[in-house]
Design a protein around this ligand. Structure first.
Ligand code: SAH
Ligand code: SF4
Length: 346
């Protein structure tokens, strides 16, 4: 059976028409879905007969919050959701001055195997559907009573390794008839699947593309991120150059600083050289330590020195504040702990 929240508005209209319903019903149903209803029976302005017909024709996914952690320091909320079928994914709600931001997962696990990441430790279990990605936003909003203004696809999973569903999600979440979060308020983070970046460029979306670069030389980057062996830095930057040319959107670069591996001054010089002349923004993030990994965070001093070198070369660089440091906010860590404690199936 079709998952109803994985349908775009137009698809829903088509499916309801096939069931003999008038087009305006699609608007009502879509609105209810985006409020995070727990059953079709909650759609109180529909006839009982229609609600029954919907329940017979579609699956309504309703994730269950199995863990919830709230940071005492900054109010960041981290959720672990159990999906239909028992898989678990995590999402985070962060409170920034410019609005509440939801960080959501796109896959159960990840197969990219980055050395510093807790999400990839168990490999990839499955892709999330468009509706399951959307649900994380709808149900965080419902559970917390807070409106969500921005979305980052920076939870577990490689969004471009689940291309079709992620693209559909982007269309559904930014659709006027639903929760309607503007594409300029959405960032997609990727470990650097250059071919998919070029395909995505053709969609001409207004989202921000964020590249997890983490090192400016192929030797260090391949050690941190196996994907670099398939798409080395030169190939990746060729793709991001095309992305900018086609969409006109400035690309942003994430740079997790690992002590003695990616934080040396010559690497700042090399990064500046790589990005020279490109409209780019660099986010420096001290690595979050993950116990299975030997990589350690850089010192505050070396982060500052790195930033100075970039700025001297005219590259815009900010140091990302770590939110929720008291609640395992690094991606994948809550799910990992849950699996280790035997709390849930993977
Ligand atoms: N798979 C995508 C998006 C999810 S990861 C990607 O890799 O871009 C979101 C971000 O968190 C990425 O920039 C990733 O490199 C970073 N990340 C993962 N583990 C981290 C850790 N231990 N410390 C700091 N950043 C980390
Ligand atoms: Fe996957 Fe991103 Fe983690 Fe790498 S950093 S293993 S791509 S989730």
């Amino acid at each position: 059976m079709t998952e109803i929240k994985s349908l775009t508005f137009d698809e829903l209209k088509g499916q309801l028409a096939a069931l003999g319903e008038k087009p305006f019903r699609a608007g009502q149903v879509f609105k209810w879905l985006h409020q995070g209803v727990g059953s079709f029976d909650e759609m109180t302005d529909l006839s009982k007969a229609l609600r029954q017909k919907l329940a017979e024709s579609f699956v309504l996914t309703v994730p269950k919050a199995v863990r919830r952690q709230v940071s005492q320091l900054d109010g960041t909320m981290k959720y672990l959701w159990e999906l239909q079928g028992g898989d678990c994914v995590e999402s985070v709600l962060m409170r920034y001055k410019h609005g509440n931001t939801a960080c959501v997962s796109t896959q159960v696990g990840c197969r990219m195997g980055c050395a510093f990441c807790a999400s990839g430790l168990f490999g990839l279990k499955r892709n999330l559907s468009a509706g399951e990605i959307l649900d994380q936003i709808l149900f965080m909003q419902k559970d917390s009573g807070e409106n969500i203004h921005n979305i980052v696809l920076m939870g577990t999973g490689e969004p471009l390794d689940n291309y079709e569903n992620v693209l559909k999600f982007l269309h559904i979440v930014s659709c006027e008839q639903g929760i309607n979060i503007g594409q300029r308020h959405i960032s997609l983070s990727t470990s650097g699947l250059a071919d998919k970046i070029e395909t995505l460029a053709q969609e001409k979306l207004q989202i921000t593309l964020s590249i997890s670069l983490h090192a400016p030389d192929n030797g260090s980057r391949s050690k941190m991120m196996p994907v670099n062996k398939s798409f080395p830095i030169e190939r990746l930057l060729e793709a991001t150059g095309r992305y900018f040319d086609i969409t006109g959107r400035r690309v942003s670069y994430e740079y997790a600083m690992a002590r003695g591996v990616s934080d040396r001054p010559w690497q700042a010089e090399q990064l500046a050289k790589l990005l020279r002349g490109r409209p780019a923004h660099v986010n420096l993030i001290p690595l979050n330590p993950v116990k299975e990994s030997a990589l350690q965070p850089s010192t505050r001093e070396s982060v500052r020195r790195f930033q100075e070198i970039l700025e001297r070369h005219g590259i815009a660089a900010t140091v990302r504040r770590r939110l929720g440091p008291d609640i395992d906010a690094a991606c994948g860590q809550l799910r990992r702990r849950n699996i280790e404690e035997g709390g849930q199936k993977t």
